[in-house]
Design a protein around this ligand. Structure first.
Ligand SMILES: [Zn+2]
Length: 464
């Protein structure tokens, strides 16, 4: 076996643990992990990683690039979004293909392929969003056969044409059980949420509370009731359920209890729920921080970190859905009109490294487990992504634990003219990133190529 490139002398970290070792690459694959590999391949390019950590490229399995939403289109497209990912050490993104109007799931898949193909700098896939059970349900088997075994349903967003009712959730979970597929669910309780929003939607309250109404109208029970309900549908159908962007301590407890009685449910949280809290809404520019679900309280943060450590939270993602100041400005004082979403894929690894690993909340091994191994396994990409081992794609990130960089939207790849973490000094940005053997970040600068990324077909989903 000849090696083209060898990353030497670094500390290799996988979900199994840490070791001092070299990593050898041949073409697009990892071909050996061991010591003294450079001696066996004198012609190989050597990348010295002394004092650095060598990790599998992360997966961010929850992003929305150039997505039409609330009268705007999210500002990171398949180019800036994947460049931002590369600089954040993310080498695979999974988006959501949303049928527009009467489109089929397959038509939405084709629409997303057309958007991503020439722009994406890293590999990608998407979950198929079921917006109408009667039309999309019968397509599920064909989508799995096509390589798309993950589906998404929203329990809210009736006005946007996205909402699924209990019948759609029950049926989709039943189908997932038959198809070795997985259902991702946005769990919030729609009718009670609508009621709370209506009660607060008055000129007087909007003038008084501004963006704080976003948090005031979404108490924790809005998420908890929906999670409890959909867990019941998973329990009775046996369908694999994945709660996206879980944001509350109440949700973490429900998932833990369900897992203990054998319900096939896993949970994802997002970085913003681990490091931001709802005091941000009181800032003069607090409306910028609106995402959905909204950021919660310190107590919720601590419970979610604990859930990562204990295991009931299996995945961290970002729900990247970037809107710039002008787009966010559409709110004009009415919190129900703020395009909801935050930039995030570029800062996931540094935030988790700095606020998780360096503060002793999770280990670096756990970070790799939650952002690489577990998402790869659950989404049906294990064997190719999420690990450093022979046969896996050479998707690799090297971080320097000593190098801190201040977050500044002006110098970042993300197409946002603000950042929720502006000025935060973070260690863990990617010094080097490799995507299928090709170096795409060098010395913290993006050097990749548009269209390099490939769509990733998958056979099944939901197995940890
Ligand atoms: Zn989302």
């Amino acid at each position: 076996m000849t090696y083209d490139q060898i990353i030497t002398n670094g500390t290799v970290v996988t979900a199994k643990g840490k070791q001092r070792a070299d990593v050898a690459l041949t073409g697009e694959k990892i071909t050996a992990i061991g010591n003294g590999l450079a001696k066996k391949a004198p012609a190989a390019r050597i990348i010295d990683a002394t004092g650095k950590f060598v990790l599998p490229g992360l997966l961010d399995v929850h992003v929305h690039l150039e997505m039409p939403f609330m009268g705007a289109i999210s500002a990171d497209d398949w180019n800036t979004g994947t460049r931002a990912a590369a600089r954040g050490g993310v080498t695979t993104v999974i988006d959501f293909a949303i049928p527009q109007g009467t489109q089929t799931l397959e038509q939405a898949h084709q629409t997303w392929l057309a958007k991503a193909k020439d722009k994406a700098c890293i590999d990608y896939a998407w979950h198929s969003v079921i917006t109408n059970w009667d039309r999309h349900g019968p397509e599920m088997a064909a989508m799995v056969a096509l390589g798309c075994p993950t589906f998404k349903e929203f329990m809210i967003y009736k006005a946007e044409g996205l909402e699924s009712d209990d019948r759609a959730l029950f049926n989709a979970l039943e189908a997932c059980h038959k198809l070795n597929a997985m259902l991702l669910v946005h769990a919030e309780s729609a009718r009670v949420l609508d009621e709370l929003v209506a009660r607060h939607h008055t000129p007087a309250l909007m003038a008084k509370y501004g963006a704080r109404l976003h948090a005031m109208t979404r108490p924790n029970f809005i998420e908890a009731e929906a999670i409890a309900r959909v867990i019941k549908w998973s329990e009775v159908t046996g369908g694999q359920l994945y709660i996206v962007h879980m944001s509350t301590r109440d949700g973490a407890k429900l998932v833990r209890d369900a897992q203990q009685r054998g319900v096939p449910v896993v949970a994802e949280t997002c970085v913003q729920y681990l490091v931001l809290d709802d005091s941000k809404f009181a800032r003069p520019d607090g409306h910028l921080f609106a995402c959905c679900p909204q950021i919660k309280k310190k107590k919720d943060q601590e419970r979610l970190w604990k859930g990562l450590d204990r295991g009931e939270v299996s995945v961290v993602s970002t729900d990247t859905c970037t809107f710039n100041r002008t787009q966010k400005g559409l709110w004009n004082g009415d919190w129900t009109k703020i395009p909801m979403g935050l930039p995030g894929v570029e800062t996931m690894l540094p935030l988790l490294y700095t606020h998780g690993v360096l503060q002793g909340r999770i280990s670096l091994r756990q970070l790799v487990e939650k952002c690489a191994a577990n998402p790869a396994k659950l989404m049906g990409l294990w064997g190719r992504k999420g690990n450093l081992a022979p046969g896996f794609d050479a998707d690799i990130v090297i971080i320097d634990p000593k190098k801190k960089i201040a977050v500044d939207h002006a110098t970042m790849e993300t197409n946002a003219d603000w950042n929720p973490y502006q000025g935060w000094k973070l260690a863990g940005f990617a010094e080097n990133t490799f995507s299928r053997g090709r170096q795409i970040v060098d010395d913290y600068k993006f050097i990749g190529q548009n269209g390099w990324g490939q769509w990733l077909p998958r056979k099944q989903a939901g197995k940890l």
